[in-house]
Design a protein around this ligand. Structure first.
Ligand SMILES: *Cc1c(COP(=O)(O)O)cnc(C)c1O
Length: 485
């Protein structure tokens, strides 16, 4: 693939000289900026089969050195483009991720110094940055000063961490007969977290959501009552601050009241939706979020950070340490008695990078107002999409715009039944992706196939939403179109 180059002279075969480090670094920056400059004109998605990838990459592990500048150039041409471009202005699938440039550079600074952000002793500066960033998040959410948290890899790790605190607080070591409650709309990582925490599948009661895709309070109350009567031990409610399917927000204030009177832990998974709390509308939609016992947030979604950046906040900070703190002889010299935080004592990771630096650098660079404005614009775009869907004879709105998500389907064909419509809609989603014009994803709403737009990307504008809907509206949509496409 590339010609071997001489290893720099010296005793350390893994060292590079400063000139080469700079050249290579600038090359990487050029690759990244060129990519962003050309993003709008490129397909939103480029896939490859396993066989194609193997043809490009498969070789014995390389014994000989090679020129890293050639390698970076080759990666930029051949490998990096083979992906969905999640920061493309017309990427509306799953949950878009569109990091700002200062956040990318902040991540590079953290990775480049390789600061160990698990202990105050090893990285007071960046541990302090994490304390600061978490305090800002607490403030945005309306959490009290005694709340605490930490940055983790993502929403999945945040859910696991928050639920571990809940288990500690409500059950201690005895999981027998314990039952938690959620609807089918809660993110699957919550169920997985419970499994990892030692619960059996039947210890999560999965309720049918109401017509608005939310937790039905009445059914929840009777389920708790029934379980208590049967001698089981209700301990937690797993709610959503924006479901991934439809953006629905569970009735958080009512759930908090119920959980308080029933002595249950309230975990709110607000991984993608939580940062909407920065805006007035988002805050209204997420009313009651501040009453949760634990909250998951994903700065790598609606706070425009590069992967990985998740966050868990726990109302009673000390519970994090009850759930995770361990003594180890080789840590006997590490103390934290005047407010210094050892973040590794609050979660499952000992070695961890600073995920706070990128957040800090981007928030300071643009100011929080710029983030608020951008999130507000996403909310506007989702409303515009909803309106356009409702005005079109071709579309049927399935769920209204909620925290940037709209679900709908195309109905214009002479389809015989829902099953046939489902197939035709699935085919549209696939053809849009193959075309490269835009990318959306799908879900099930009340048993039918739903196309799903998730508009979170700071690069997306009205014309991007319009172009995408127009494509879906005008594309062939007939029982025969499928075979012919
Ligand atoms: C994305 C998401 C998750 C999972 O988060 P990861 O960062 O992918 O681990 C969990 N819950 C919700 C609501 C999400 O949107």
């Amino acid at each position: 693939m590339t010609e071997p180059d001489a290893v720099p002279m010296g005793t350390d075969p893994l060292e590079m000289d400063s000139d080469q480090m700079r050249r290579l670094g600038y090359q990487v920056i050029d690759v990244l900026v060129d990519r962003l400059d050309g993003l709008e004109g490129r397909p939103v998605w480029t896939g490859a089969t396993r066989a194609e990838i193997d043809r490009l990459l498969r070789e014995p592990s390389p014994e000989e050195p090679a020129d890293p500048e050639l390698l970076v150039g080759w990666l930029a041409r051949e490998i990096l483009p083979l992906s969905s471009q999640n920061d493309h202005p017309r990427f509306f699938a799953y949950v878009p991720a569109c990091p700002t440039w200062p956040s990318i550079l902040g991540d590079m600074l953290s990775r480049g110094t390789n600061t160990f952000a698990g202990m105050w002793l090893s990285g007071a500066g960046l541990a302090g940055v994490e304390v600061m960033v978490l305090d800002w998040f607490k403030d945005w959410i309306g959490y009290p000063a005694e709340a605490g948290g930490l940055l983790v890899s993502g929403g999945s790790a945040a859910n696991l961490t928050g639920l571990a605190c809940g288990r500690e607080a409500k059950l201690g070591g005895d999981l027998s007969g314990a039952v938690a409650y959620a609807t089918s709309q809660v993110h699957h990582s919550n169920g997985r977290a419970l499994r990892v925490l030692g619960f059996r599948e039947e210890q999560l009661r999965v309720l049918e959501p109401d017509a608005d895709q939310k937790i039905p309070l009445k059914a929840l109350r009777s389920a708790i009552e029934r379980d208590r009567a049967a001698g089981r031990r209700p301990w937690a409610v797993l709610a959503s601050g924006g479901t991934t399917n439809s953006g629905a927000v569970d009735p958080l204030t009512e759930l908090a009241e119920l959980c308080k009177s029933e002595d249950l832990w309230l975990h709110v998974d607000a991984a993608y939706g939580g940062f909407a709390a920065l805006t007035e509308r988002g805050r209204a939609a997420l009313q009651g979020l501040e009453l949760a016992d634990s909250i998951s947030l994903d700065p790598h979604k609606w706070l425009f950070q590069p992967y990985e950046a998740g966050c868990v906040l726990v109302r009673e900070s000390a519970l994090l340490e009850s759930a995770f703190k361990f003594q180890a002889d080789y840590h006997q010299d590490i103390h934290s008695d005047s407010g210094e935080v050892n973040f590794s004592e609050r979660g499952i990771e000992l070695t961890r990078p600073s995920r706070a630096l990128k957040i800090w650098l981007s928030l300071k660079t643009f100011g929080v107002g710029a983030f608020r404005q951008t999130i507000d614009r996403s909310l506007d775009l989702a409303l515009e999409a909803e309106q356009r869907i409702q005005e079109s004879a071709e579309f049927e709105l399935l769920t209204p715009a909620s925290l940037g998500v709209v679900c709908f389907r195309r109905t214009g064909a002479a389809a015989e039944d829902d099953a046939q419509l489902d197939e035709l809609n699935a085919d549209l989603v696939e053809r849009l992706k193959e075309d490269g014009e835009a990318m959306i994803s799908s879900t099930q709403i009340n048993g039918v196939y739903a196309m799903r737009l998730c508009i979170l990307n700071h690069r997306s504008g009205p014309k991007d939403v319009h172009r995408t809907l127009q494509w879906l509206e005008k594309a062939d949509f007939a029982v025969s179109a499928k075979a012919g496409s």
